[in-house]
Write a protein that binds this ligand. Structure first.
Ligand SMILES: Nc1nc2c(ncn2[C@@H]2O[C@@H]3COP(=O)(O)O[C@H]4[C@@H](O)[C@H](n5cnc6c(=O)[nH]c(N)nc65)O[C@@H]4COP(=O)(O)O[C@H]3[C@H]2O)c(=O)[nH]1
Length: 799
């Protein structure tokens, strides 16, 4: 080290040393710039640019060497061999070119190091060829250690120089690379010069073909000028490239900012630039993000690896924003050429909306949107799972089927919005009484179900059912407490059913029993209930074929004046003669027909038959036909009546339809509309079973009734029950007040008839006047000549 220092300080002109260093630095900077330019150049121009870079660097190394040699003053005459001097220049250009080319070899990570070492070798070859061209009047001896050190220094620092220079396009990397290359050239030269020892020998003469140092200086000056020129060209190229690059970046940013997805350009794992969408996702600005590591935003290292290993494949992971919150994202990486070098661009798609939508869909698939309870699908799934578990564990499970009583009325009277609020409220009340592990689901309409697992004692389930019943004693939005109650059917696994279907059917049977036995109560399943349900289904099934099989017929029951016994008309009653069961009572099959909707078909048949029959009578008697709620509110009912009257030629005033009060409550607006239209075409309307339903005065006022029919239960109790007598009196008074005639139904005895006569009831119907029978049994009554009933009871009643 000291030898080298001594050599520089005592044997060299330091001003020329400084000049050599300056030329070297200029050449190195030019070399690094041109190297980047070669890397960016397209295939066709690459070789030319490589030649220019090799020439400028080679010339620079050569010029540095010879300026430094001019600074060297060994105190003996010196000269330079022309041929070897030229060879040294050629060697410098050639080997530098090879080194630079190797440094840019694609796909090889160590390429810049290898290329840099070759350039370092080129510096040594140039130097020692140049030294071979150096002639002195004396002998030169070499310190081999320093020679080796000079070669090693040139190769090692040269390798580091290209590696740093090619690492990045930023100015700092370029300057550092150029500085290292300068160091490689200078350290090599002065270490090698430190290895030289000259012993003057006047006997050694300089060859006549050698050139004097003055000429060499001129040559070097020319070469330096060439380097300067090349440097200017390289600099302008660099400026142009930078401008292009910044334009490209701007264009790219404009383009990426327009994208909805977040876009990130990375060099390795380092973020070079991002678009506005990505900045928004993270909550930072694009400037705050650039230069930082991708792992700060995509914390999952394995997912990052997959992203860059399988380019083009979408992966789902999480993005951490500035607050540290994680959000789901989908990433796709692709390779692009950005600013002349290969980069990865990563697209970030925010999955929050998609995840929300998926969650919403999943929620809707398993929940009832109105109440937020589980729906039928999730209930079925849970029940299947529980049954499997209880089968393995040999435990008992309870299933409760719940059906609201009076809910239809709430809907009809208070509207559907109120009905919805009631359902939500009820869901809350039921949920609040559930125990751990129990599940409440809404199966549809006003039907709910509860799964109660791990039942040790059925009494527990009884208690739960009691609590559920009591939980409905509340008032809401003006809907009175008690209007809505619940009926509950309970079935136990495994005793009442081995699988979901069986268990549900048992709970349904128990529920049916609870409903028929008073509502607002609960019943456990009993084996006999299953038989009843099957029986109902069988009746429904047979009833479907009853019309086609000619099993239906009509019975007629006279309606007469209380005072005179004169017949006003007949009520028509449906009869079903079942091939196996015989006569099935209407009280049994009519409700089934109503529940199943079959009543629409049956009702049409009855109406047609009754009108056709009445139209054939000689006397213009009325015909009263029962019409159920479903018929009255069904589409096209009024049109059907009009058509039937038209077809049968029965005058409309002879037809009377009997409607129960509950039929009106079902859908009051529709019912009123239908009744008004029927009234308009002349059909009479009677309110049936008055006294058993709501017995509402407002209904009597609001609907266009022509007659009130007192239910037979009151008539038959007039003598036994003073209250019943009071009700009959009140209804008769009401009829008088409203100007509506009243007909009493179910009159069986002369006493009942006498009571009605005394109370001013004008019309009656019952076994006293005649049981319902086929019309042929009443032929005299429908003929012109006989007008009063022949029964002796009528006379008895008059006495
Ligand atoms: N104990 C007693 N009963 C008497 C007496 N006089 C008549 N009855 C019975 O009382 C019922 C009167 O019919 P409803 O109140 O309209 O009650 C009817 C009606 O609501 C319904 N129904 C019958 N036929 C039809 C129909 O064609 N359409 C509709 N929608 N319902 C019908 O079935 C119910 C029962 O009909 P039925 O069994 O025929 O029973 C008939 C009749 O046989 C009497 O003095 N004593």
């Amino acid at each position: 080290m000291l030898t080298v220092y001594d050599c520089i300080v005592s044997d060299h002109d330091l001003r020329l040393v400084a000049l050599a260093a300056l030329v070297c630095a200029l050449a190195s900077l030019t070399a690094v710039n041109l190297l980047h330019h070669v890397r960016r150049a397209d295939r066709g121009n690459r070789a030319s640019w490589l030649c220019i870079a090799a020439a400028s660097t080679g010339f620079g190394i050569w010029a540095t060497h010879f300026i430094a040699m001019l600074a060297f003053s060994p105190s003996v005459p010196t000269a330079y061999n022309v041929v070897l001097t030229v060879v040294s220049l050629i060697a410098a250009v050639l080997l530098t070119g090879i080194g630079l080319g190797a440094a840019l070899r694609p796909g090889l990570v160590a390429a810049p190091w290898i290329g840099g070492a070759i350039v370092g070798g080129g510096i040594a070859v140039m130097h020692y060829t140049g030294m071979a061209a150096f002639e002195v009047a004396g002998t030169i001896t070499w310190n081999h250690w320093l020679v080796a050190a000079s070669i090693g220094l040139g190769a090692a620092i040269g390798a580091a120089a290209l590696s740093v220079a090619l690492d990045s396009t930023v100015l700092r990397a370029k300057l550092s690379g150029a500085l290292l290359l300068t160091l490689a050239i200078c350290s090599h030269h002065f270490t090698a010069m430190g290895a030289v020892a000259i012993t003057p020998d006047p006997s050694i003469a300089l060859s006549s073909s050698s050139i004097h140092a003055g000429w060499l200086a001129a040559g070097v000056a020319l070469v330096s000028l060439a380097i300067l020129l090349i440097a200017v060209v390289a600099l302008s190229l660099d400026i142009r490239d930078r401008r292009r690059a910044s334009l490209e970046i701007e264009r790219m940013r404009d383009l990426t900012d327009a994208a909805v997805e977040g876009l990130v350009v990375c060099a390795g794992d380092v973020i070079v630039t991002v678009n506005q969408s990505f900045a928004r996702l993270t909550g930072l600005t694009a400037e705050q993000i650039a230069g930082r590591d991708l792992s700060e935003w995509v914390p999952d290292a394995a997912k990052r690896d997959t992203l860059f290993t399988f380019l083009g494949r979408a992966i789902e992971t999480e993005l951490r924003n500035a607050d540290g919150a994680l959000m789901p994202v989908e990433l796709i990486a692709r390779q692009i050429s950005y600013n002349g070098a290969p980069h990865n661009v990563v697209a970030f798609r925010d999955l929050r909306d998609r995840r929300d939508a998926e969650a919403q869909i999943r929620y809707l698939a398993h929940h009832d949107p109105l109440t937020g309870l589980g729906n039928r699908a999730s209930f079925d799934h849970r029940l299947d799972r529980e049954i499997r578990f209880h089968r393995r564990a040999r435990r008992q499970l309870a299933l409760l089927c719940l059906d609201l009583d009076g809910f239809k009325e709430v809907n009809d009277i208070y509207g559907h919005a109120a009905g919805d609020r009631v359902l939500q409220d009820i869901a809350k009340h039921f949920s609040s009484v559930l125990g751990e592990g129990q599940m409440l689901a809404r199966l549809g309409g006003d039907e709910f179900a509860i799964i109660a697992p791990l039942v040790t004692d059925p009494a527990q389930v009884g208690q739960l059912a009691d609590t559920l019943l009591k939980s409905l004693a509340w008032e809401q939005d003006g809907i009175p407490a008690g209007l809505v109650s619940v009926s509950i059917g309970v079935a136990l696994y495994p005793s009442d059913g081995k699988d979901r279907t069986e268990l549900l059917s048992s709970a349904d049977a128990a529920l049916y029993r609870a409903k028929t036995e008073g509502k607002g109560t609960y019943r456990f399943f009993e084996a006999a209930m299953g038989a009843q349900i099957r029986e109902r289904r069988s009746i429904e099934h047979d009833l479907r074929g009853a019309i086609a099989n000619n099993e239906l017929s009509l019975a007629y029951q006279p309606q007469a004046q209380v005072e005179t016994g004169e017949v006003n008309g007949f009520e028509v009653l449906l009869r079903w003669n079942h091939p196996a069961r015989g006569n099935v009572p209407p009280a049994l099959f009519i409700p089934i027909a109503e529940e199943s909707g079959l009543i629409l078909k049956l009702g049409e048949w009855v109406m047609r038959e009754a009108c056709r029959e009445a139209a054939t009578w000689m006397r213009p008697l009325t015909i009263a036909v029962n019409v159920s709620a479903l018929q009255l509110t069904s589409d096209g009912f009024v049109e059907f009546i009009e058509a039937t009257l038209g077809e049968t030629k029965l005058p409309s005033h002879r037809l009377e339809i009997e409607i129960t009060e509950t039929a009106l409550v079902r859908d009051p607006n529709r019912a009123l509309h239908s009744l008004q239209r029927l009234k308009a075409i002349g059909v009479n309307i009677a309110m049936d079973d008055f006294g058993t339903g709501y017995s509402s005065l407002s209904n009597l006022r609001a609907f266009p009734f022509d007659k009130i029919k007192i239910d037979r239960s009151f008539i038959q109790a007039v003598h036994a029950n003073p209250q019943a007598a009071a009700i009959v009196r009140a209804v008769l008074g009401l009829g008088r007040g409203l100007g509506l005639p009243v007909i009493a139904e179910g009159v069986e005895t002369a006493e009942e008839l006498r009571f009605l006569g005394l109370e001013g009831c004008a019309e009656a119907q019952g076994y006293l006047f005649g049981r319902p029978a086929p019309i042929k049994e009443f032929v005299p009554l429908i003929s012109a000549n006989v007008v009063t009933l022949p029964q002796p009871h009528v006379k008895a009643a008059r006495n």
